[in-house]
Design a protein around this ligand. Structure first.
Ligand code: PLP
Length: 302
């Protein structure tokens, strides 16, 4: 049943982040803890799924099928939600059968898995890709990889109201902007839409420039009809998606105030440190860092 899932509205907590390099610069950061919304369902992926689940429910579907890799945070959130709320899930995986910690969880959550190989996975954008899967699983709704597009972004818009509701408890009268990691930029686009030009959204690319992130953000912003989006994209990929160097590992290990993983949140906070130390923000600046989750996928790197 999809309905119970649609009635779940987790409110991520906004918590102050205390780090010496922030204190030295007079920049204040609060963290929106998407990683802590639930013991099993973690991170931005739940929010990106929400409007797709609504569409699935409206379409009369009994469950959802989607795509991802063997460490996919997206499939993990989907499978966990299926388990929690009692709807069927099917995962189409990149590559060949491999029991990563993520895959073992997917199986434990009851997701049905199909391995597409690398070539088969590459065809996921082809016309007709879903046709055989729709005939095999006529009762399931197909969700694009990662919960992309305008529906994905719309699910992330609620973060702005959620954070604003918690400012007073933090002793903040206001804030100046957002800081978060970007894969496709869909989550960033959700913040950009919700801020509607009021505050700047700084996105740190986990995938090097040229992978279509700015195009994706522009497409979403245009589809939503927003005229003056206020955001910037910074390259924090450090040599490529999944590239982990010694400086990054050391940064994550020594930043004990908050748990980070190396693909997204670690790179995003590390670039914030560099920018803060380079004087990019005046003392008194208040930023909200979105902890987009991903800690489950980290197990594959240890
Ligand atoms: C998927 C993911 C992102 C990227 O989200 P986009 O909406 O694709 O930009 C960032 N952080 C984590 C932990 C993720 O799993």
């Amino acid at each position: 049943m999809l309905l119970p899932a649609l009635d779940w509205h987790p409110q991520p907590r906004l918590e102050p982040l205390h780090l010496d390099w922030l204190a030295r610069s007079g920049v204040e950061v609060a963290v929106l803890r998407l990683d802590r919304i639930d013991p099993l369902i973690s991170g931005n992926k739940w929010f990106k799924l929400l409007h797709h689940l609504r569409a699935a429910h409206r379409g009369g579907a009994a469950g959802v099928m989607s795509l991802g890799g063997a460490h996919s945070n997206h499939l993990h959130a989907l499978a966990a939600a299926g388990r929690r709320f009692g709807f069927a899930t099917v995962g189409l995986l990149r590559g060949h059968s491999l029991d990563t910690p993520t895959v073992l969880d997917l199986k434990a959550f009851g997701m049905t898995l199909h391995w597409l190989g690398y070539e088969g996975y590459r065809r996921r954008h082809d016309e007709g890709f879903w046709t055989p899967w729709r005939s095999q699983y006529p009762e399931l709704w197909a969700v694009p990889e990662g919960g992309a597009g305008l529906p994905g972004a719309q699910g992330c818009m609620s973060w702005v109201a959620c954070a604003r509701d918690q400012l007073a408890a933090l002793g903040w009268a206001d804030y100046h902007g957002w800081w978060l990691a970007c894969g496709t930029g869909t989550s960033l686009a959700g913040l950009v839409l919700a801020e509607a030009g009021q505050r700047k959204v700084h996105g740190v690319l986990a995938v090097p420039q040229g992978h279509g992130v700015s195009q994706n953000v522009e497409n979403i912003v245009r589809a939503a009809g927003l005229a003056d989006p206020l955001y910037e994209l910074l390259d924090g990929s450090r040599g490529g998606f999944g590239q982990v160097d010694a400086d990054l590992s050391t940064f994550i290990e020594t930043t004990q105030a908050i748990e980070l993983e190396p693909l997204y949140t670690g790179k995003a906070l590390m670039l914030l440190k560099a920018q803060v130390e380079a004087g990019a923000f005046e003392p008194g600046t208040r930023l909200i860092f979105v902890h987009t989750g991903g800690l489950q996928g980290r197990r594959g790197f240890q």
